[in-house]
Design a protein around this ligand. Structure first.
Ligand code: ACO
Length: 370
């Protein structure tokens, strides 16, 4: 038995949810470029769960369910109030999502209909949790979700208490579409491994949030912003990046396990970053990002991934840096839950082997002889 480090190139599941073929990403066979251009995030979530785009009645039905379930149990809010104010936002989200299961009497029901309803509940509840956490840590009261508006609209509203601008809602909605699913990425795999034991959907999503948190995965969008802040201005880009590359420091937001010719989501986020920069009259972050891309691609051949330009997009939307990865989770919970449903439909325990490289034939030594 020989291990494949990082499971690179290993095909670990069959899936009909999203595909990456010749560098093209599709959800249920539809090119991500078309979805980013034309679809709302709610339509995409429906597509991931049900395998088809919703008609008007189906979309209205989903919207009604999202409205109903966006209100989170008061016990979860009270729990968030007990978290340390300076705690990591992904740790807070992971804990709060795990606690949702405590107040859902159907958490262990395993029928397809019960699980799809829980997927919708989780989709509705994650934005409320993230917005509530962001306000509570600032000593403010959480804002109740609005009815009849999109998830992007509701999230921005619950964060600030103000009606968001249409352009901000559109940008966030498109970012949510682009982050919704991505084949067997690390967090989705974590979710599938967890539920393949026939554990519940809350456990699967909690595992996924833990995996997304790391800077090699979803945590990279926050890490990109940390880097941009450290660089500070365009004049410092060259020296910073040259030094980092010389010291073999990884540049956050670049590289990808499955794309060698570029991440198809990055161009949409770059365009959004440019448009928002023009609109806000602040082009500094966009221009710094382009300068970084030129250097990293020129010198290392590495292209930006989905996380690189999302940092300047979210900053232009005035979203605090440490909410970038929770926003990723708000979107990706659609994909995680679709994969969880797919795993249940055709389940087998996921239990690979390890190549043993430890000592052989070692003997037990009594505690007094050690
Ligand atoms: N900056 C500098 N060098 C890099 C980078 C980077 N961002 N990414 C890869 N490399 C180099 C590695 O140092 C390595 O070089 P070596 O062969 O000389 O040692 C080579 O490219 C291969 O890199 P690996 O880390 O082995 O590639 P892997 O497929 O395992 O990792 C990953 C992919 C984790 C995305 C990696 O490119 C990386 O760490 N990027 C930065 C973090 C990041 O942006 N993560 C988000 C990914 S997208 C997402 O999850 C949503």
């Amino acid at each position: 038995m020989t291990a494949t480090k990082g499971l690179e190139g290993i095909v670990a599941a069959q899936s009909s949810i999203s595909s990456i073929i010749d560098g093209i990403l599709t959800y249920r066979g539809i090119n991500i470029d078309d979805l980013a251009e034309h679809a709302s995030f709610e339509e995409v979530a429906y597509l991931l769960w049900y395998g088809k785009l919703p008609n008007r009645a189906e979309l209205a039905d989903l919207q009604q369910n999202l409205d109903t379930y966006a209100v989170i149990p008061s016990e979860v809010i009270e729990g968030i109030k007990l978290y340390p104010k300076d705690t990591n936002s992904m740790a807070a989200l992971r804990t709060a999502v795990s606690s949702l299961a405590l107040y859902d009497t159907s958490s262990n029901e395993m029928s397809q209909s019960a699980n799809i309803l829980k997927a919708i509940k989780l989709q509705a509840q994650l934005p409320t949790i993230v917005a509530a956490f962001a306000r509570i840590r600032e000593g403010k009261e959480p804002i109740a979700p609005k009815q009849g508006v999109s998830i992007a609209h509701n999230f921005l509203y619950m964060l600030t208490g103000e009606e968001p601008a249409d352009v901000a809602v559109k940008a966030l909605d498109q970012a949510l579409v682009l982050h919704a699913d991505h084949e067997l990425n690390a967090s989705t795999f974590a979710a599938r491994v967890t539920v393949a034991t026939l554990s519940d959907i809350y456990s699967g999503v909690t595992s996924a949030i833990g995996a997304l948190k790391g800077p090699l995965h979803g945590g990279a969008n926050e890490a990109v912003m940390v880097m941009l802040e450290e660089i500070g201005s365009k004049e410092n880009v060259n020296a910073y990046i040259e030094k980092a590359l010389a010291n073999k420091v990884k540049i956050m937001g670049f590289g990808h396990r499955v794309y060698k010719n570029g991440d198809p989501r990055a161009k949409h986020l770059q365009k959004m970053s440019l448009e928002l920069g023009k609109l806000t009259g602040n082009m500094e972050l966009y221009e710094m990002s382009v300068q970084i891309e030129d250097l990293v691609t020129g010198q290392k051949g590495l292209k930006p991934n989905v996380d690189f330009y999302s940092a300047s997009v979210y900053t232009a939307l005035q979203i605090p840096r440490d909410l970038f990865t929770p926003i990723f989770a708000i979107s990706r919970v659609s994909g995680w839950s679709a994969h969880i449903l797919e795993q249940y439909e055709n389940n087998r325990l996921i239990r690979p082997r390890a190549e043993y490289v430890g000592p052989v034939g070692a003997t037990y030594v009594g505690i007094d002889e050690r």
